[in-house]
Design a protein around this ligand. Sequence first.
Ligand code: BG6
Length: 491
Amino acid sequence: MAARIIAVEPFDIVVFGASGDLAQRKLLPALYHRDLAGQLPAEARVIGVSRRRNTHEDFRQAARKAVAANLGSEPVDEACLERFCERLFYIPVDVGAEAGWQELFDILRDSEARIRVFYLATAPELFTVIAKKLGAHGLVTPRSRLVVEKPIGKDLASAREVNDTIGRVFSEQSIYRIDHYLGKETVQNLMALRFANALFEPLWNSRYIDNVQITVAENIGVEGRGDYYDTAGALRDMVQNHMLQLLCLVAIETPASIEADAVRDEKLKVLKALLPVDERNFSALTVRGQYRAGATPKGSVPGYLDELSSGASTTETFTAIRAEIGNWRWAGVPFYLRTGKRLPSRVSEIVVTFRPVPHSVFDGTAGPITANRLVIRLQPDEGVKLWLMIKDPGPGGMRLRHVPLDMSFASAFGVRNPDAYERLVMDVVRGNQTLFMRRDEVEAAWSWIDPILDAWRASDEPPKGYTAGTWGPSAAIALIERDGRTWHDED
Ligand code: BG6
């Protein structure tokens, strides 16, 4: 079936932090792509806001560069880029002060009836400041929406404060908390796989599933984001949001529909059913690591501490956790989570390993029977592989072989895989919150994370060192091997 373009209503999107990394690297290229696909109505405008005293033309010039630099191998469609740039406007606003707000009001004055999106691509400290100013300057119309990205707070208490403050200006139905992992094509496919096939549901429980592994590995280091990262660490940066969201989509009960609250209600139940990890059990269930200098295929790289101006830190750049969900479907099934910077490769995947057959009818010459596995690869090489046992073709008696039923999306469908932001930004305009986190989900995730952070803080043990370019500290291997299992390693 050909890709379908669903038209959206005219809108204004006001991007705070317009000269920042997120806007330049993700949002502008995403909007350009939607324009290229013919999805943006003629009247749609993108209004960049930041403190710099730039002009409309400066912003357009920067956008031309940003789009061209972020298309990968795809050629720039010059005509489309020019059309796209005509939609761009720029207003300098000092968000902490008064300068610029009136000008922002003026440019939006005649478009009150339109959908208006305020996208805060700024430092998280500014979320509440900007939300209050938007309210105070009368910029919030009945059709306005606010978009914020993680981190929402650093713990439960601060997340509540942020949610309370933005909630005084915007209703929950108009707040879109982005977790860009939910916009990834394969994450969507996880929903299709689970809820559009009858095959998996009867097996999707502790009776037939042995364990689930979720790995989000990156080969990059902190890449100039050391100041932010050092206040966060892998647990806050990746687990509290992206990885718990993936876990939720694997574990939720079938929602009554794909409507936002139906899905989010089910995710919330999973988050609330996570068994606590705290000072009593954290040393058996969690590992935290920090990378040291090492070698990668691109050459030698410095250690985490060498990249920090302070030169000292106990922030984790790697974590592995053995989580469990205390409900009837999942009791006793470990969910192993693993994420880190400076690992050997960039790979994000969910691996569902089924239980082995209860008894083998084959004799020893057939070879071992490996348990079935469903590997959902988010990146790179998006796709799903279902590993099955088959008979090795040809003569020679019954010899068994473990082979993948391979559904690699890019090669199978020959379509461009849209970036998560393309889908998510258009969902905001369409008013579809299914892929966005509701307030209670964010807070439930923090409620599970906080005791782990507290236990780590209270422990004398610093993170375990691992050499850059390896799969984290050996304790992460021990964490899973203690259960008689191993981390999935793509054959
Ligand atoms: C972000 C984290 O949310 O996700 C980064 O803050 C991380 O530290 C990034 O690098 C990974 O996203 P992706 O889409 O490249 O896997």
